[in-house]
Design a protein around this ligand. Structure first.
Ligand code: SF4
Ligand code: SF4
Length: 519
């Protein structure tokens, strides 16, 4: 690994044309209720949720419909009212992902909210339970359950970072949330900070997001939010990556195995903070999120307040449809998002954007003809994780997994920076994504092999121990028998001697000798 740059900035990264002007002035508006809402049962953590409703059941907004068997992920809740349906359907998680759905009734009936947490109920344990019950998870993309993120904490929290950086081009939903709901964001953040005794809050966003900065400054100038401050990030992708953000804000370089809470820092996305506030103060489940619909293929680029589960077809219609000839759909940003082929795919809690682009607008050209690596080192200079992409690529292609692991492939955040700068047009990030799957399988096999080896050694040790114990017991029995039998043996010898003496005497008395008697 190469050394990191000066504390206060992150290493590598690239400036990207931000393309945010398309949608950043579009105020947030409600997209409406579609006829169907769809929820993939496969969760971001890799678990599959188990339905607790049956086809034909009536549900209301906020009602749990499926739960994670081990309780790690929060429940999947209905986001409007209607009748439950089930179907196998397309999803960005894979074509075989089972879906649970609702045929909406248009009434948008809500199940009663949980009681507001206040007084003694406003304690960390109850707040964590509430976050789970209300389905709160990281809405910036990773989808890690927020209560689990806080639970990992082993010491006091020193800093709450609100991640307002939208470093991917086109994305403006968090910026709009900050511009329109600055007071709400800061109030929720202070509430969370007071519950978990966090002395300081920083709202971090790129220095170019001046309107959002101005809204936050106006809110801060009221003097209502004494714990909060602002932090301007460099306008360089991926400034909003969690590790890059922590590095920039605190100067701390986290190594692969640790998380921000291990270092006393909690990092939450803007919309996650809003959802946390609504769960604690209003008992509301997470049923909606703001997403950006943008790109040159969209008639009316927008920031929409969307019911989770809304098929993207409905959102395209809500934005005036697609311009003729442009069909390249991306769910998420152009760097880390996924190309999708179906407009039936639903919005999830982690969907940040829906883009319709001309392939030429992608930062890294897709379907380009790959050339051999020329060892220019550009990928290494640009990697924000300090990795060696060209060496990683060689080892991944050769499937040398031990080397791949030692080159820290699992630290790759799949940001795509190396793809953008590679003059040989090598699809490095795709290869690393596939390599990670191989590496995880290899590590799992290694773990199993190690486990089997240690079980085998434990068995050998047990057999040796048993053998030794058996030998010791036999020896002890022999010794015990030997010592205990001495008096009887002496008595028997004595009896035999007496008997012989009596016979000899008897023979003498009768004048004959018994020749058969041994001397
Ligand atoms: S995709 Fe991975 S290897 Fe490439 S620049 Fe990003 S973190 Fe580095
Ligand atoms: S940028 Fe591309 S060509 Fe240059 S060293 Fe990296 S992989 Fe090789």
């Amino acid at each position: 690994m190469k050394p990191w740059q000066t504390p206060g900035d992150f290493c590598g990264g690239i400036p990207l044309a931000d393309r945010k002007s398309l949608s950043c002035e579009a105020p947030i508006r409600f997209a409406g209720t579609p006829h169907h809402l769809l929820y993939p049962l496969d969760l971001p953590s890799g678990h599959r949720a188990v339905p607790i409703v049956r086809a034909g059941d009536s549900v209301k907004s906020g009602m749990p419909m499926a739960i994670c068997p081990d309780g790690f992920d929060p429940p999947i809740c209905a986001t409007s009212s209607g009748i439950v349906i089930f179907q196998e359907g397309p999803s960005h998680l894979g074509p075989d992902t089972p879906l649970i759905g609702i045929e909406t009734d248009g009434l948008d009936l809500k199940s009663p909210p949980l009681p507001r947490l206040e007084g003694e109920a406003l304690c960390p344990e109850q707040v964590l339970e509430r976050l789970h019950a209300c389905g709160i998870l990281g809405m910036g993309g990773a989808g890690f359950p927020t209560n689990e993120k806080i639970k990992r904490l082993w010491g006091p929290l020193q800093l709450l970072i609100i991640n307002g950086a939208e470093c991917e081009p086109f994305l403006t939903c968090d910026e709009r949330a900050l511009r329109e709901k600055a007071n709400e964001v800061l109030r929720s953040a202070e509430l969370l900070a007071r519950i978990f005794n966090i002395p300081r809050i920083l709202v971090a966003l790129e220095s170019s997001r001046t309107s959002a900065m101005a809204s936050l400054r106006t809110a801060l100038n009221t003097g209502e939010f004494s714990l909060c401050g602002l932090f301007a990030l460099p306008d360089r992708y991926p400034a909003g990556g969690e590790r890059q953000l922590i590095q920039t804000v605190s100067g701390l370089r986290m190594n692969g195995g640790t998380h921000p809470v291990d270092h006393g820092m909690l990092c939450l996305n803007v919309q996650t903070v809003l959802a946390v506030g609504a769960a604690i103060e209003k008992g509301e489940s997470l049923t909606r999120r703001i997403i950006t619909i943008s790109g040159s293929g969209i008639q009316q680029p927008s920031n929409l307040d969307v019911l989770i589960g809304t098929p993207i077809e409905f959102l395209l219609e809500a934005c005036g449809g697609i311009r003729p000839g442009l069909q390249h759909l991306i769910l998420g940003g152009p760097m880390m998002g996924f190309s999708v082929s179906s407009t039936q795919i639903p919005v999830t809690k982690t969907t940040t954007a829906l883009l319709v682009l001309d392939p030429s607008e992608l930062p890294a050209p897709s379907n380009a003809v790959e050339q051999p690596c020329i060892r220019c080192g550009a990928c290494m200079d640009t990697c924000p994780q300090g990795l060696l992409p060209q060496s990683l690529h060689d080892q991944v292609r050769a499937k040398r997994m031990a080397e791949v692991e030692s080159l820290h492939l699992l630290d790759c955040i799949e940001c795509g920076c190396c793809d953008v700068v590679c003059p040989s047009l090598i699809p490095l990030t795709d290869r690393f994504r596939a390599g990670k799957k191989l590496l995880r399988r290899y590590l799992a096999d290694e773990r199993l092999a190690r486990k089997a080896q240690s079980r085998h050694q434990a068995r050998l040790a047990r057999l040796q121990r048993d053998q030794l114990e058996r030998e010791q017991e036999a020896e002890a029995r022999k010794n015990a028998l030997g010592q205990g039998a001495q008096p009887q043996i002496q008595e028997a010898l004595e009896r035999a001697r007496l008997k012989r003496a009596q016979r000899l005497n008897a023979a003498k008395d009768s004048g004959k000798t018994d020749d058969s008697e041994p001397n």
